[in-house]
Design a protein around this ligand. Structure first.
Ligand SMILES: [Zn+2]
Length: 303
C-alpha cells in the first residue's frame, strides 16, 4: 500500500477522511477515501501500489475486462452497451464533423483502456483508423481474437507521433490511472491541434452518489483511485493545458450504478428501488445541468 501525503491537484497537505468504502467485487477489504480540505478533491488513500493493483482486477464480475454475461445486471449492462456504443460513435463522428479529410487520409482515433475493444471495433467498421492502449494482456488477446485489433500495452506511447491523432477517448478509465498527469500530457502531445479528448468519468457529486454514500458502486475502491466532481475535472484539465468545451450526460449509468449500489447496500438487488433512484438522479441532473451519475467531458488541447 502507498499513502499520499498531499492532494495531487492542489498539493495541500490538509487531508481529511471522507468515507470508508468496502471493495464489494474482489477483496472485500475496506479502503478510505480522503477529501482535500483546500480544493475538495477526493481520492482513495492509502491505495495499493501500481505493482500490486493487478490482484484487485481478478474477478469475473469485472465485466469490462472479462465480457461475462452471467446474471441479470451483467445482461442489462450488455444490452445497454449496444445502445451506448452507437451513441459514443455518433459523438466521436460529430467531434470531427467540421474537419475535411482527403481521400488518402483517415480519421484517426486512440482509445485508452479499451478493454476487449468493442468500441474500437464499431469505430473501425465506420471508417476510423483505430488504435488502443490497454494494460490487461488478457483483454488485448480477446480484442485480437474477436476483432483482429492489435492493441498496445501501457508502455507504448513512443509509438505515437506528436499531433498524429484526431480523437482520444477514455471511457471510464482515468479514475484508474496512477500517473494521471503523465498520461494526460501524452494525450496532449499526440492530439492534433483542433483534436478532441473525450473523457467519461463517474461523478461523486451526483444525487445517486449522495444517496448511496459509502455503498455507491462507482466509488469502486481500490480500482478507482480518483473520484472526480465536474469542478475537479475543469480545474485539473485546465491546469494541464486543456479547455473544457462541453459536458454531456450518461443517463444509462445511473440505473446501472443504482442496481449495483442496491446490491452492495442490501445484499440483493431491489430492481424497483434501483430504477426509482436512477430516475430520480437523472431527473435531478436535468434540472441542475451537470450532476449526472456519469458524465462525458469534451476537452480541447490548447496548442
Ligand atoms: Zn486539493
Amino acid at each position: 500500500m502507498e499513502k499520499l501525503n498531499s492532494c495531487p491537484i492542489c498539493q495541500s497537505t490538509e487531508l481529511k477522511t471522507f468515507l470508508e468504502c468496502k471493495d464489494y467485487t474482489v477483496s472485500k477489504d475496506t479502503f478510505a477515501i480522503v477529501e482535500c480540505a483546500t480544493c475538495g478533491f477526493h481520492f482513495t488513500n492509502p491505495r495499493p501500489t501500481e505493482a500490486e493493483c493487478g490482484k484487485y482486477y481478478q474477478s469475473e464480475d469485472y465485466i469490462s475486462h472479462s465480457d461475462t454475461k452471467k446474471g441479470l445486471i451483467n445482461s442489462l449492462y450488455h444490452y445497454a452497451r449496444k445502445f451506448t456504443l452507437k451513441k459514443k460513435l455518433k459523438l466521436v463522428n460529430e467531434s470531427v464533423g467540421a474537419q475535411n479529410f482527403g481521400p488518402s487520409q483517415q480519421r484517426n482515433l486512440l482509445d485508452l483502456g479499451c478493454g476487449t475493444g468493442a468500441f474500437l471495433n464499431i469505430c473501425k467498421e465506420n471508417g476510423w483508423k483505430v488504435q488502443g492502449i490497454e494494460p490487461s494482456a488478457e483483454a488485448r488477446e480477446v480484442a485480437k481474437k474477436n476483432y483482429g485489433i492489435e492493441l498496445n500495452d501501457v508502455n507504448s506511447w513512443e509509438k505515437f507521433p506528436d499531433n498524429s491523432v484526431d480523437v482520444v477517448t477514455a471511457w471510464h478509465v482515468l479514475e484508474h490511472v496512477y500517473e494521471l498527469e503523465r498520461e494526460v500530457n501524452q494525450v496532449k502531445r499526440v492530439l492534433s491541434s483542433g483534436g478532441t479528448f473525450v473523457v467519461a468519468l463517474p461523478n461523486c457529486s451526483s444525487a445517486d452518489a449522495k444517496f448511496y454514500g459509502k455503498h455507491w458502486a462507482a466509488y469502486d475502491v481500490p480500482r478507482h483511485i480518483w473520484h472526480f466532481t465536474p469542478a475537479d475535472v475543469k480545474r485539473f484539465f485546465e491546469s494541464q493545458g486543456f479547455k473544457l468545451e462541453s459536458v454531456l450526460p450518461m443517463p444509462w449509468d445511473a440505473y446501472y450504478i443504482c442496481m449495483l449500489s442496491e446490491k452492495y447496500k442490501a445484499g440483493s438487488v431491489n430492481y424497483g428501488r434501483a430504477m426509482v433512484h436512477g430516475w430520480t438522479s437523472n431527473n435531478n441532473a436535468k434540472d441542475t445541468g451537470n450532476t449526472w451519475s456519469s458524465q462525458i467531458y469534451i476537452l480541447k488541447p490548447v496548442k
